[in-house]
Design a protein around this ligand. Structure first.
Ligand code: ADP
Length: 256
């Protein structure tokens, strides 16, 4: 595809025809099989799909953490798929925040030091007011001098979220961000993500299996067998559940 014809500006991420195969020969697994996705700037996007449908592979590729075998990914106007690993690393430092399922906090550092670590690694000075604002909204301001071992799972998850947002990256990728949270903390975190998109223009891409979480997003797209097979704007949890049930029905028909 000629990349100059791809949409830009209002579209933070454009992914076209993504193909990725792990392994070779009889052990080969096609994780992505021609996946297309657009994520609008300043929107909160959810990606859903059965386990093994390619969600993590797609998110890692869109975040520049991993490569694809074929296809084009444009992130904030830059073509990731023609970049060297070093160029992708530099782009990631300035443009991308990532919230992993496992938090990946550094045990020896306090919460504040963890939050500010990516900024310091990038040679940037933390914006104190911004860090205060996000840690206040996330309800962890009184925990900032504590180390991860002194925090609950939910608090660690919120520290990881603050870390992803501290440098005000253009895009935040979140992999099952509410997986470790009780439902009240989960709702607070999702509301925070929605506000970050709507009030600060932050673009957010979240992988989730939870219809309630997807109900906070501006749009949900569904992956199946390495392709985006469906999607709609302004989902409610009920819409998402209905859609998932129809997938399950079709899978059972195919299997029968
Ligand atoms: P999801 O996030 O939707 O569960 P993944 O992107 O993790 O899906 O995986 C898609 C497919 O690729 C699965 O069949 C998975 O087993 C396979 N896969 C993912 N990562 C690897 C890897 N590093 N090596 C081999 N196969 C992998």
């Amino acid at each position: 595809m000629n990349t100059t014809t791809m949409p830009r500006g209002d579209t933070m991420i454009v992914a076209r025809g993504l193909v990725k195969t792990y392994g070779t020969g009889t052990a080969a697994v096609q994780a992505l099989a021609g996946a297309d996705l657009d994520v609008a700037t300043g929107r909160f996007a959810a990606i859903m799909g059965p386990s093994g449908s390619g969600k993590s592979t797609m998110m890692h590729a869109m975040a520049g953490l991993d490569t694809v075998d074929a296809g084009v990914i444009r992130l904030a106007g830059a073509d990731l798929t023609t970049m060297t690993e070093r160029q992708r690393t530099l782009l990631r430092r300035t443009t991308v925040g990532f919230v992993f399922q496992s938090f990946s906090l550094v045990p020896a550092l306090t919460a504040r030091e963890n939050i500010e670590l990516p900024l310091r690694l990038a040679g940037m000075r933390p914006d104190g007011e911004w860090v205060d604002a996000i840690t206040h909204t996330l309800g962890i301001r009184d925990r900032l001098t504590h180390r991860p071992s002194e925090l609950s799972g939910g608090q660690q998850q919120r520290v990881a979220m603050a870390r992803a947002l501290a440098a005000r990256p253009e895009v935040v990728f979140a992999d099952e961000p509410t997986g470790a949270l009780d439902s009240r903390s989960g709702h607070a975190l999702l509301a925070f993500l929605r506000d970050a998109a709507h009030e600060y223009g932050q673009t957010i891409v979240m992988v989730t299996h939870d219809p309630v979480a997807a109900g906070y997003a501006d749009r949900v797209d569904f992956l199946a067998d390495g392709r985006v097979v469906d999607g709609f704007d302004d989902p409610t949890a009920t819409d998402v559940l209905d859609r998932m049930a129809r997938f399950d029905d079709r899978r059972q028909e195919v299997a029968a």
